[in-house]
Design a protein around this ligand. Structure first.
Ligand code: ADP
Ligand code: MG
Length: 295
């Protein structure tokens, strides 16, 4: 809708309503309406659309944009290493993974039900990829999400404790709808780190969803948490409402680099820690080298 037609005293006066409108829209934090209203008005005039529909169109645009902005902020706050989705995930490469369950989890109903997900399998099989994809889906569906490695989480908790802000951090971790703890077991935890991590899982029990990825089967978790008793209590809580993603198989990373080598007709590769690993697909990765190079 254009400014009122008819005689106007001067160009300056005619601009006043537009200036005021821009000012008010900024005050009201309606940037999309501010940006679009003139263009949409021209279209409305052209198509003979009445003022209610014109206003509706503008408000819809603002709402859509707002949702997009909020989702983007949520994705930023989730602190993903990279943004990945299942669109780029090749299920055929990992036959042990339950495809139906994974696709169901992407719908995030488990987050609403405060259930957990544990992805277990050797290195390079896409655990982090799937965890990132589930995290992204949660952000897109409106759930606050936080992604970090078990090692980073334990370090942050210990640092917070030393700086006397542990309660605040624990409250933040408790309130997030989906907490993703990647790479549990790659790096052994200190006694204090293990206890603080246990407290986080314990405080989130039936309050929020947690995704854990690990290269270690449950039997080996006591070595990570340095206590049978603590691990028992932890698994009890974590697995009460849980979806397990079995992700043992050939490392996708290795398969890809092997594929590239073949394509390039390169020299036969020299033995490295990674290739040794490739010789035993399906084996659990306890290679300390993997710990220093988190995937
Ligand atoms: P993990 O966490 O199990 O060690 P990652 O998720 O880090 O494995 O996977 C290693 C790399 O391979 C990543 O770049 C990931 O995106 C890719 N990848 C792994 N599995 C698949 C797959 N099935 N389809 C597509 N990409 C994959
Ligand atoms: Mg990983």
């Amino acid at each position: 809708m254009t400014a009122k037609t008819g005689p106007v005293p001067s160009g300056k006066t005619a601009a006043v309503p537009a200036v005021l409108l821009a000012h008010h829209l900024k005050q009201l934090k309606l940037p999309t309406i501010l940006r679009e209203h003139e263009k949409v008005a021209r279209e409305a005039a052209r198509d003979g659309v009445d003022h209610v529909r014109y206003l509706l169109r503008l408000v819809e645009l603002e709402l859509l944009d707002r949702e997009r902005r909020v989702t983007e902020r949520r994705i930023g706050e989730a602190k993903f290493l990279t943004v990945k989705s299942l669109d780029t995930f090749d299920f055929a490469a990992i036959p042990s993974l339950n495809r139906m369950l994974t696709l169901e989890l992407v719908r995030c109903e488990y987050v609403a039900r405060r259930e957990n997900v544990i992805a277990l399998g050797n290195s390079g099989t896409g655990k982090t990829h799937v965890a990132l994809a589930l995290g992204l889906a949660a952000c897109q569906r409106g759930f606050s999400t936080l992604f970090l490695t078990a090692h980073a989480l334990a370090s942050q908790l210990m640092e917070a404790r030393d700086e006397k802000r542990l309660l605040k951090l624990q409250a933040q971790l408790q309130n997030v709808k989906l907490l993703i703890v990647d790479e549990l077991g790659y790096v052994p935890l200190s006694q204090v780190g293990a206890e603080l991590l246990f407290e986080v899982f314990s405080q989130r029990y039936e309050r929020g969803s947690t995704i854990v990825t690990s290269n270690l089967p449950f039997e080996e978790w006591p070595a990570v948490f340095r206590s049978e008793r603590l691990t028992g209590a932890l698994l009890d809580r974590l697995t009460h409402h849980v979806h397990i993603l079995e992700m043992n198989g050939e490392s996708y990373r290795l398969k890809q680099s092997a594929g590239r080598r073949t394509a390039a007709r390169a020299e036969p590769p020299k033995a490295t820690a990674h290739q040794d690993h490739a010789a035993a697909p399906g084996e659990h990765d306890r290679d300390p080298h993997a710990a220093s190079q988190p995937s």
